[in-house]
Design a binder for this molecule. Structure first.
Ligand SMILES: [Ca+2]
Ligand SMILES: [Ca+2]
Length: 308
């Protein structure tokens, strides 16, 4: 009798257990395949995001090359006919244009900017010295107003406070066209009064007022300057300057682009024409103040003497 009861019990249990475990297994399979599916989906979205970013970065570079300046927003690219609309990432959020970093960024799968899953692409990655030239500052026979003008591939910043022009100059390597290194101190003697500023129009151009006893012009067309090392000059996004493989020739000439600016710094005042020309702005690196070049001729305020 007891056996019969047992048998019936087992029969009933089996009837329950078989479909239950079947459903359980199906459930697990479903769960695993959903996870795989969403993982694959995210991977595909990331791949798409990466390839979109590459194509957008190329378009921004086209803008920079054709317009000669960085775009300020997507609207600039739309106006220029390079983009038809604001680009969106695979998660439906607008890509961001980080102009200082020369980078296009997606907030990534989590939708938040500034963390590890962001995806980005530079249109200009490295900070490289593009051009270097001597500007005679407006007075041909006077070395005291001579300038060394350095044009970089992207906006520059500085990695430490109270950087002096001497720090910057010592960060360069001078070599002859034939590759022989030169002692920079011999040609640009250290002078703590040396002033420098970033051209506020493009923020990529660094202008160094050379000490009056510099010898750089002796070389005329026979000297190269190598891109700086990482310790002082950096790109605005904190990417350190990388030494360029290609030395850049210093052009020697009678550029007067900065004569107006130097006049405002109290240098070379007796030089020729009174320039009320394009009043660019001067960013004084030490005080961090921006000053309109045609504001006034007050050389005391804008800190030539604040150099030490
Ligand atoms: Ca993110
Ligand atoms: Ca001069």
């Amino acid at each position: 009798m007891a056996d019969k009861v047992k048998k019936v019990f087992w029969e009933k249990l089996k009837k329950f257990l078989v479909p239950a475990s079947f459903a359980f297994v199906i459930g697990i399979l479903l769960f695993v395949s959903l996870r795989i599916y969403s993982g694959l989906k995210i991977t595909a979205q990331i791949d798409r995001c990466n390839s979109e970013l590459k194509s957008i970065a190329k378009k921004v570079l086209t803008f920079v090359q054709t317009q000669g300046e960085d775009p300020e927003s997507w609207q600039d690219l739309i106006k220029a006919g390079i983009l038809s609309e604001i680009p969106y990432d695979p998660w439906g959020r607008a890509y961001e244009l980080l102009v200082d970093a020369c980078k296009v960024v997606s907030a990534g799968p989590n939708g938040k900017f500034g963390d590890g899953d962001d995806i980005g692409e530079y249109w200009i990655k490295d900070l490289v010295l593009m051009q270097a030239y001597l500007d005679d500052g407006g007075t041909y026979n006077d070395r005291s107003d001579d300038l060394l003008v350095l044009v970089f591939s992207k906006k520059v910043g500085f990695s430490k406070d109270n950087v002096t022009a001497d720090d910057i100059l010592q960060d360069f390597k001078l070599v002859t066209k034939y590759g022989q290194p030169l002692d920079i101190a011999q040609y640009i003697p250290v002078d703590s009064q040396t002033e420098f500023f970033i051209d506020a129009d493009d923020e990529k151009t660094l202008v160094i007022h050379l000490p009056p006893n510099h010898q750089l012009d002796v070389f005329k067309y026979a000297i190269n300057i190598k891109a700086p090392h990482a310790n002082v000059i950096m790109a605005r996004d904190g990417v350190p300057a990388v030494p360029s493989g290609t030395p850049i020739e210093i052009e020697s000439g009678t550029y007067n682009k900065y004569a107006n600016v130097m006049k405002n710094l109290g240098v070379g005042e007796e030089s020729g024409e009174d320039s009320d020309t394009e009043g660019g702005e001067v960013l004084n690196c030490k005080s961090g103040t921006v000053k309109a070049a045609d504001e006034e001729n007050s050389s005391e305020e804008n800190g030539l003497e604040g150099a030490e």
